[in-house]
Design a protein around this ligand. Structure first.
Ligand code: ZN
Length: 120
């Protein structure tokens, strides 16, 4: 998709809405590979020059999310990618798999999640 100011604003708005529903701090967004490369290296370590391969990347420790808008073909994939990355933020202990995918589907349907609490 082509990232124009309007789409950028839409993505920011959606991020706000989903972050509220998931009870997470709104992450900082990177929307182009250039923004990934321009971000401090210690923030994007491990997924910096390889980020372009993915639709999205979460940098959990830094509350940072990359959405690879240019690679994403359509609005539905964009929304899926955004919710996928925000579910990583809300469920940082959870790996990809059935449970993860279920949470993404629930998130897309508008489910809200209570704040994440670390177990003692
Ligand atoms: Zn993922």
């Amino acid at each position: 998709m082509k990232l124009d100011p309007e789409l950028r604003l839409q993505i920011l708005e959606k991020t706000g809405v989903y972050s509220n529903r998931f009870s997470i701090a709104e992450p900082h967004l990177l929307l182009t590979t250039k923004e990934v490369l321009d971000a401090p290296k210690e923030m994007t370590e491990g997924r910096r020059t390889s980020a372009y391969k993915y639709y999205g990347v979460s940098y959990l420790q830094h509350n940072l999310v990359f959405i690879n808008v240019r690679k994403i073909p359509d609005e539905k994939t964009l929304e899926n990618t955004l919710v996928h990355e925000l579910i990583h933020m809300r469920f940082p202990y959870l790996a990809h798999g059935k449970r993860f995918n279920k949470l993404v589907r629930q998130g897309l349907r508008g489910k809200t999640f209570a704040p994440y609490k670390k177990r003692k």
